[in-house]
Design a protein around this ligand. Structure first.
Ligand SMILES: *Cc1c(COP(=O)(O)O)cnc(C)c1O
Length: 373
């Protein structure tokens, strides 16, 4: 049996007619940048997330760079974040000369250890950039409390967190990307809401930040050819938006399906003593974008699964503070032991709405087999 880490082909076959109609409509309407499908998708994401504004851009990475630029994460200012993430969560700070200040992660959630944020705040700190990784959100109660106390901006990297919700000690659940000053989503193909290419979105409840975002995504011009800022060319593509609109119709179903698959894995893996399953912390509603386990002999297990036709992924093999591109920040091995240890033990198993129970069964059987050898 072959179990791919991800494939879009099953979804395409299921919704072939809808995807084709969506694309044909774009072609028939004639070439448009920021066409009507982009506006419709922005509206759909606003409704789904509860964000006052959702603004489509070219990728999650661009969304982070643009939001960082607008909020002044630059010119030597410090932003507190975690080193256990995808490059883009930190490069957006460094890109315009801001200084990423790392703190370690929580052992169980892989998200920023919010109890360590306050000790890193200095008079140069301007923001906190939490990343909601894999299946759950960082502790937004703590983050918003520090932001208020020290007057900091919060940019939520919700690239992986589409549909996750945080209640914490609050009165109601709020969606990832709508709690801080700005949030971002990625529509990279594997993401919970993934396109057939690149795309991203910036969310905010602040009218002024929304206005600036719309200006920045088209070269910094409020009026064509009148440049108030040095902006970007970062539009969400109309064709991608048309595909994403089809997928938005089924997003709740897709999220529920991920939950079911998560349970298939949990039931079959819970008694294997060599692995740890994801644990949800705080009052929140997870979305199983990634099913990540911590395991003994990770590299051998990974090799064994690959030999048996099973696709896996390692998020993330090297923490950002040990990456060559950030060596100028002066961090060294041992600075963030929890993140460093996670990099050696994490393994992501295949999870996407169309995977079957038989396939999950096969993956789990092979994991069990490996530890019984
Ligand atoms: C995917 C991802 C991004 C980048 O999104 P792209 O759309 O691929 O540019 C940023 N941060 C995190 C945590 C991600 O997982």
């Amino acid at each position: 049996m072959e179990v791919g880490f991800y494939t879009s082909k099953r979804e395409y076959l299921e919704k072939k007619n809808e995807f084709q109609r969506a694309i044909e409509n774009v072609l028939e309407n004639g070439i448009q940048t920021l066409g009507k499908e982009v506006k419709e998708l922005e509206k759909a994401v606003e409704e789904f997330s509860g964000a006052k504004h959702a603004i489509g851009v070219a990728s999650g990475t661009d969304a982070l760079v643009i939001a960082s630029d607008i909020m002044g994460f630059k010119d030597g200012k410090e932003v507190i974040t975690s080193p256990f993430t995808f490059l883009a969560s930190t490069s957006c700070i460094a890109k315009h000369g801001g200084k990423p200040v790392f703190v370690d992660i929580d052992e169980e959630t892989f998200n920023i250890d919010t109890t360590k944020i306050e000790e890193r705040v200095t008079k140069n700190t301007v923001g906190i950039l939490p990343i909601h990784l894999f299946c759950q959100m960082a502790n937004m109660d703590h983050i918003m409390e520090y932001a208020k106390k020290y007057n900091l901006y919060v940019l939520e990297d919700a690239a992986e967190a589409f549909g996750m919700k945080w209640k914490g000690n609050g009165e109601s659940y709020r969606t990832a990307g709508t709690i801080g000053d700005m949030g971002i989503y990625s529509f990279f193909p594997t993401k919970t809401l993934g396109g057939y290419g690149d795309g991203g979105m910036i969310t905010t409840n602040n009218d002024e930040l929304a206005e600036l975002t719309k200006i920045y995504r088209v070269h910094g011009a409020k009026q064509k050819y009148h440049y108030d800022y040095i902006g970007y060319n970062s539009r969400l593509d109309t064709m991608q938006a048309s595909i994403l609109l089809v997928k938005m119709k089924y997003i709740s179903e897709a999220i529920e399906k991920r939950e079911v698959i998560n349970n298939w894995y949990r039931d079959r893996l819970k008694d294997i003593e060599y692995i740890k399953l994801p644990k949800i912390k705080g009052d929140q509603k997870p979305v199983y974008y990634v099913f990540n386990i911590l395991c003994e002999k990770r590299d051998e297990l990974n090799k064994y699964l690959k030999e048996n036709g099973i696709g896996t992924s390692i998020y993330y093999p090297i923490p950002l503070h040990l990456q060559k591109c950030f060596s100028y920040l002066g961090y060294k091995e041992g600075d963030f032991p929890v993140a460093e240890k996670a990099c050696k033990e994490v393994l992501a198993l295949p999870i996407y709405p169309e995977i079957t129970e038989d396939e999950v069964e096969y993956v789990c059987k092979k994991i069990r087999e490996f530890y019984q050898k």
